[in-house]
Design a protein around this ligand. Structure first.
Ligand SMILES: Nc1ncnc2c1ncn2[C@@H]1O[C@H](COP(=O)(O)OP(=O)(O)OP(=O)(O)O)[C@@H](O)[C@H]1O
Ligand SMILES: [Mg+2]
Length: 293
């Protein structure tokens, strides 16, 4: 049992104060609390952040209901949500919404202390989490608001890791990070997922991340789920063009090689390593054909 959305709709008030805007409509979604590596995709404004903010009850449904572990979340009043926030850790799209304390270390310690740990234990967990995301030790006592965007992102991720939640939800975790930090962060979540069987949910616009790490992909379009399945079936889906997504670089490059070099290679390759393997086996086939005369 993890998170289950049943016919969930969420609307926001329009600026006129009378009408409402439907950000998410009739969502049915089942997420296991182990072994899922789920990516949520879709164009800007399609409802991704709205969707995931329901997963730890930051937003309540306007209609429908959610089951989050053993709690049922319904429209309007829901009390005592602390336990849910510990089970489902959510890293915000914009880290400045999450950080607030005087120093980075205090900020990361806040969650564990809030959930009942003693100061020393909280400090241990915070330092472990900061080390996991590769945060520079020299900045532990810095104000979080004097950090660069990438450092802020890492600090906000550490704040959630320190809670050791059962499910980790990340809204665009690699946004603002340089390519190396971005790869390190994704490798870290891949490792956490594999070693502890933890469910990881990631919103991303980066199709190279989807093609490398996702086990399951949910695509939103205008607040509705238009695709829920494997990445392999996503990129070969007949409706792919209507999803407003790009292809991963490996597939784009494979198509270019196939067309421009007239090589008959499989273009459904999800990483550059897979593309290289395709290229090499096709080259070996071609060479043996020539050698055999
Ligand atoms: N607090 C709010 N009040 C009013 N409208 C909102 C609010 N939050 C989101 N919306 C609207 O709901 C829609 C979905 O927003 P959401 O932030 O979920 O999109 P998104 O898919 O995460 O987009 P992005 O890729 O740009 O982050 C958008 O049209 C947005 O303007
Ligand atoms: Mg968003």
């Amino acid at each position: 049992m993890g998170i289950k959305f049943s016919e969930v709709t969420h609307t926001f008030k329009n600026p006129d104060g009378k009408t409402r805007f439907i950000a998410m409509e009739n969502i049915n979604l089942d997420i296991n609390d182990d072994s899922e590596f789920l990516m949520v995709c879709g164009h800007t404004g399609s409802g991704k952040s709205t969707l995931i903010q329901h997963m730890n009850a930051l937003l309540f449904p306007t209609s429908g209901k959610l089951d989050i572990f053993d709690r049922v979340i319904k429209p309007k009043r829901n009390r005592k949500l602390n336990e849910i926030r510990k089970q489902v850790g959510l890293v915000f799209q914009f880290p400045e919404y999450q950080l607030f304390d005087e120093t980075v270390l205090k900020d990361v310690m806040f969650g564990p202390i809030n959930f009942g740990l003693k100061k020393e234990e909280a400090k241990e967990k915070a330092i472990k989490a900061l080390q996991m995301v590769g945060f520079e030790e020299s900045l532990y006592d810095q104000s979080p608001f004097r950090l660069s965007g990438g450092q802020m992102k890492k600090a906000s991720i550490a704040g959630i890791l320190a809670l050791e939640p059962k499910i980790i939800v990340l809204d665009e975790p690699t946004r603002g990070l340089d390519p190396q930090s971005s790869a390190e962060v994704m490798e870290l979540f891949d490792k956490i997922h594999k070693e502890y069987n933890k469910t990881i949910i990631v919103i991303t616009h980066d199709m190279d991340i989807v093609s490398k790490y996702a086990k399951r992909v949910v695509v939103l379009n205008e607040g509705k789920i238009v695709y829920d399945g494997s990445k392999e079936a996503l990129f070969t889906n007949k409706d792919f063009d209507s999803f407003h997504l790009d292809y991963p670089s490996s597939m784009k490059l494979a198509k270019k090689i196939k067309d421009e070099m007239n090589l008959d290679i499989n273009t459904n390759v999800f990483t550059l390593e897979e593309l290289m393997d395709e290229f090499i086996s096709s080259f070996i086939f071609f060479a043996s054909f020539i050698l055999e005369g």
